[in-house]
Design a protein around this ligand. Structure first.
Ligand code: PMV
Length: 346
């Protein structure tokens, strides 16, 4: 007999927040308290590959991570499946031939970057599952970002909504269903990213729990919210003008403010470690000695810096890194991203 099967494959890349999303106005619908802005990495270098298939032959929904069948579907993934089926059944109510609503699915997810790379994989994982599910259930053409797709990415992991697009991306708090590419990656071809991995362990507290604690206890956080829209406007302008000085200033200050807000949370949330702080000092001393800003750093919810630097200063900066952090264990290079894994400072 003919085996009925529908399947789709897609891939998306992680993103690095330049202006951080922190705090939810609504925990269930993942409505952010503030707009955020990020850069999506190159898919050619780092990405999550997802293949989703559905068939009446499958007995139940299953999830394979790195080719290993998981005992159960993660809670958030189940939530996405429930949601796409609920929406599809509503939409197809008056259609006759709609059988595949009760077919089970198989989700295969694979990352081309190690979980020890210092990058959160949830954004690329959920954006790619969202695209896969909406393509399958909504019968859209490959790569179409529908409102359902955006919604699924967002409820998977808030920041995943930004990985639906490449380049420089904004997610709007006044319209939480909307994220959009402000500039493609080609806007700034000289911009390079270096990731230093100081610690590859998973974070001590989930971002969801930490955000909740921050919104409930930090007064500094309320001050931060007032300044975000203006900061995003300035950042967007700096990117438009390829003004590295202003770009760096805004990005580093936002990272520092975000971690200050984490420290102002009670009990405090600490993502930076001694190496992170040492590195922050080093960058400022280096920029100072250079008389221009050559490097900018930013830290998401972890101790590993993402550095921005223009191509013409890259080699010098890498020499500096090798000097201060000789214990480098991994070194990857690509046109758009350079990753270096480092274990200790001398
Ligand atoms: O997407 P979540 O819920 O894991 O939150 C991401 C939070 C930060 O990475 C710290 C900031 C951001 O905008 O990505």
């Amino acid at each position: 007999s003919i085996v009925q099967k529908r399947s789709v494959s897609c891939r998306t890349a992680p993103n690095i927040a330049l202006i951080k999303y922190w705090g939810k106005r609504n925990d269930e619908l993942i409505i952010p308290e503030n707009s955020s802005y990020s850069i999506t990495l190159s898919e050619d270098d780092l990405c999550t590959h997802t293949t989703i298939s559905m068939s009446p032959e499958y007995k139940c929904d299953t999830f394979y991570y790195e080719n290993v069948k998981q005992k159960e579907i993660p809670k958030r993934m189940q939530h996405l499946l429930d949601e796409i089926r609920r929406r599809t059944s509503k939409r197809k109510l008056d259609n006759d031939h709609f059988s595949y609503l009760n077919w089970s699915v198989e989700i295969h997810s694979h990352n081309t970057f190690p979980s020890s790379s210092g990058l959160a994989s949830s954004a690329s994982a959920y954006s790619s599952i969202a695209i896969g599910l909406s393509t399958l259930f909504e019968d859209t053409e490959d790569g179409t970002i529908t409102p359902t797709c955006s919604y699924l990415a967002r409820i998977g992991s808030g920041s995943a909504i930004r990985s639906l697009y490449g380049g420089f991306v904004q997610w709007y708090h006044k319209d939480p269903a909307l994220s959009e590419c402000m500039y493609p990656a080609e806007q700034w071809p000289e911009l390079r990213i270096v990731i230093l991995v100081f610690n590859s362990k998973t974070k001590p507290i989930s971002s969801t729990d930490a955000m909740k604690r921050t919104t409930q206890t930090s007064s500094l956080y309320k001050e931060r919210l007032k300044t975000i829209d203006e900061k995003i406007e300035q950042l967007n302008l700096a990117i438009k003008k390829r003004d590295f000085e202003n770009f760096s200033n805004i990005v580093m200050r936002d990272s520092n403010q975000f971690h200050a807000v984490c420290m102002d949370t009670y009990p405090p949330v600490m993502y930076l470690n001694d190496q992170s702080k040492h590195f922050i000092q080093l960058v400022h001393e280096y920029n100072n000695a250079s008389k221009i800003t050559k490097v900018a750093y930013t830290f998401d919810a972890g101790p590993n810096p993402f550095c921005f630097i223009l191509q013409q200063h890259l080699d010098e900066f890498l020499d500096l890194i090798k000097y201060f952090y000789p214990a480098q264990t991994q070194h990857r290079f690509h046109d758009q991203i350079k990753t270096m894994k480092l274990n200790r400072i001398p």
